[in-house]
Write a protein that binds this ligand. Structure first.
Ligand code: MF3
Ligand code: CO
Length: 263
């Protein structure tokens, strides 16, 4: 069941999306060699609570963090821990905020200091593929058009697309229909209609597409232990094209203030 949103619901998703974007902007200030992922998680949780939101992942089916922490080969759903970031790592921070009953969901993968140029390119291409997918999210087209656009863009660069995890509809619940895969055929799947809100979130591997889920049932890493990148925006389908409700502008401001380059 795909819920089309009312103007009031769209406004609530817009505010939740802005808060999750600002949360990741705060996290961005602190990503550096020497910080633990648990400290980043605490910073995110306190920022959300200080701003009247609820950390939606925390306790969701027992998930133990505000952020999903994705270091290097971690694809999704990594736990905050005592792991201390090191120069050359990459770290994805995936966050969902509930505000006034509606959810904002976004993810950004950061470079920790200087990283291998091959991994830097993986980050750049994965981020670009998110915008390529968003551009395909036009009313009257189908979910498969988004999926196909992301897949073609990433595979053209020699990367592989994780199959088991998808984007999703979002609203009152963090996961609603439809599923938004990052691979598939053009022209298939649910029709995109104005007032749908979906999350597009490519999870792209440097090596093979295969993943392993740890015995804890959550933490998902690449089977070959090569790095994986992940970026996510929440978007509204409008008659005039996709509108991105989340934004990376706060992250970009934080990175610029630190003198850390974008890729
Ligand atoms: N941001 C994740 C997603 O895009 C959130 C789910 S993680 C969980 O679907 F911990 F909340 F399960
Ligand atoms: Co999501």
């Amino acid at each position: 069941m795909i819920y089309l949103k009312t103007p009031e619901e769209i406004e609530k998703c817009r505010l939740a999306s802005d808060l999750v974007s600002r949360t990741l902007g705060e996290v961005a200030k602190w990503v550096a060699p020497g910080i633990t992922t648990r400290r980043l998680d605490t910073i995110a949780r306190e920022f959300i609570l200080d701003n009247g939101g609820k950390p939606a992942c925390l306790g969701y089916h027992g998930f133990p963090g505000t952020l999903c922490i994705e270091v290097n080969e971690m694809v999704v759903h990594g736990f905050p821990s005592n792991y201390t970031l090191r120069e050359g790592d990459i770290i994805g921070t995936d966050c969902v905020v509930e505000l006034d009953g509606y959810n904002g969901d976004s993810c950004y993968t950061f470079a920790v200091g200087a990283i291998d140029p091959k991994v830097e390119k993986l980050l750049r291409v994965t981020k670009e593929s998110l915008y390529v997918g968003i551009e395909a999210a036009q009313a009257g087209k189908r979910i498969g058009d988004i999926s196909n656009a992301v897949q073609r863009y990433c595979e053209h660069e020699g990367y592989s697309v994780v199959r088991e995890m998808c984007g999703h509809g979002i609203g009152k619940s963090m996961h609603e229909d439809p599923e938004v895969p990052n691979y598939g055929r053009r022209g298939i799947g649910p029709l995109l209609k104005p007032n749908m809100i979906i999350c597009i979130e490519p999870m792209i591997n440097l090596g093979s597409k295969n993943i392993v889920i740890e015995p804890d049932g959550w933490q998902c890493r690449t089977r070959d232990r090569k790095p994986s990148a992940h970026f996510e925006h929440e978007i509204l389908i409008t008659p005039d094209g996709p509108e991105i409700l989340t934004t990376f502008k706060y992250i970009e401001e934080s990175l610029a203030a630190k003198g850390a380059g974008e890729f």
